[in-house]
Design a protein around this ligand. Structure first.
Ligand code: ZN
Ligand code: ZN
Length: 254
C-alpha cells in the first residue's frame, strides 16, 4: 500500500479501516447497479409484518448489525465495506457505491424511511425493492398476453411439472403461475412466472414452491449474486453511472 501523507487521502483511506465508535449502532447498506441499469439500494433488514391494504406486502425495517462480524465477513470475501461515521463522509460512499456500514445518524439522515417499517416486493432473485421501483411488475397481477406467451415459449410450451402440452392433448390448458404468490409480495416478472397445466396448478401444494425457480433462471441469478465478480461488476456499473451523471450535470468532458 502506498504511504500517504496527505490528510485528505488519509481521511478517505480511513473509511476502509475497521473503526466502529464504541457503543454506536451501525446499519449495512449497499449501492450498486444492475445489468438492466437499475440502481440497487439495499440494506440488511428484518421482517416486520404485513401491509393492511391489498395486495398484501411484506414490511421490512433496517436492522442494526454486529459491526465486527459483518466487517470481517465482507473482508474475508474481498468485499471491503466503507465505514461512514458522519454525514459529511456520506457523499464519498454515494460516489463510490458498494457496501457501507453506516452509523445510525447517517442512516437516519440518508434513508429515514428504511428505519421505519416500509412495504417491499420480493424479486425472484430474492432482492427486496420498494413497489414503486418495481413499477409495472408490482402493479399488474395478470401477465400481459405477450408476457404469458414468452413464459410458455421459454418453458417449451408444456407444464414444467408433468410435461403435458396442448400439442399432445386438447384437454391440456397452460397457465402462467406466480411462483412467489402475488399476495405474498411476489411480482409479475418472467423470473417469477412458470408454465403449469391447469391440473397441476390446482393441485399445487404448497402453493409457494421454491423448487420451481430452477425452470425460470432465478436460481442461477441468485447464486451469481453471491459471486465476487458480480459484486465488483455491479459496483463498477454504479460508479460509471454516477460519474456520467455528474459529468453531464457539470458539463465536463467525457
Ligand atoms: Zn401439469
Ligand atoms: Zn398460481
Amino acid at each position: 500500500m502506498p504511504r500517504c501523507s496527505n490528510p485528505l487521502e488519509e481521511r478517505i483511506l480511513n473509511l476502509y479501516k475497521s473503526a466502529p465508535i464504541d457503543g454506536a449502532e451501525y446499519y449495512f447498506f449497499t449501492l450498486a447497479r444492475s445489468e438492466d441499469g437499475e440502481i440497487i439500494e439495499s440494506c440488511y433488514s428484518h421482517f416486520a409484518g404485513f401491509t393492511e391494504e391489498k395486495p398484501r406486502r411484506d414490511l421490512r425495517v433496517a436492522s442494526p448489525i454486529r459491526y465486527e462480524v459483518i466487517w470481517r465477513t465482507l473482508n474475508d470475501v474481498g468485499q471491503q465495506p466503507l465505514t461512514i461515521h458522519c454525514s459529511e463522509d456520506a457523499p464519498i460512499w454515494m460516489f463510490l457505491g458498494g457496501h457501507a456500514l453506516l452509523a445510525s445518524e447517517v442512516a437516519q439522515h440518508l434513508f429515514p424511511h428504511r428505519l421505519k417499517p416500509h412495504p417491499v416486493v420480493i424479486r425472484a432473485t430474492g432482492e427486496m425493492v420498494s413497489p414503486e421501483l418495481a413499477g409495472e411488475a408490482a402493479e399488474r397481477r395478470a401477465p400481459t398476453r405477450k408476457m404469458r406467451m414468452e413464459v410458455f415459449d421459454r418453458d417449451g410450451r408444456r407444464c414444467v411439472i408433468c410435461g403435458q402440452s396442448p400439442r399432445n392433448s386438447v384437454q391440456v390448458e397452460l397457465e402462467a403461475h406466480h411462483i412467489r404468490p402475488w399476495g405474498m409480495s411476489g411480482l409479475t416478472e418472467m423470473l417469477n412466472l412458470v408454465t403449469l397445466c391447469s391440473a397441476c396448478h390446482d393441485g399445487l401444494s404448497p402453493h409457494f414452491d421454491h423448487t420451481l425457480y430452477e425452470h425460470t433462471g432465478a436460481d442461477q441469478m441468485r447464486s451469481r449474486g453471491r459471486n465476487l465478480n458480480d459484486y465488483t461488476e455491479s459496483v463498477d456499473r454504479y460508479r460509471t453511472h454516477v460519474k456520467a451523471l455528474l459529468a453531464r450535470e457539470l458539463k465536463l468532458g467525457r
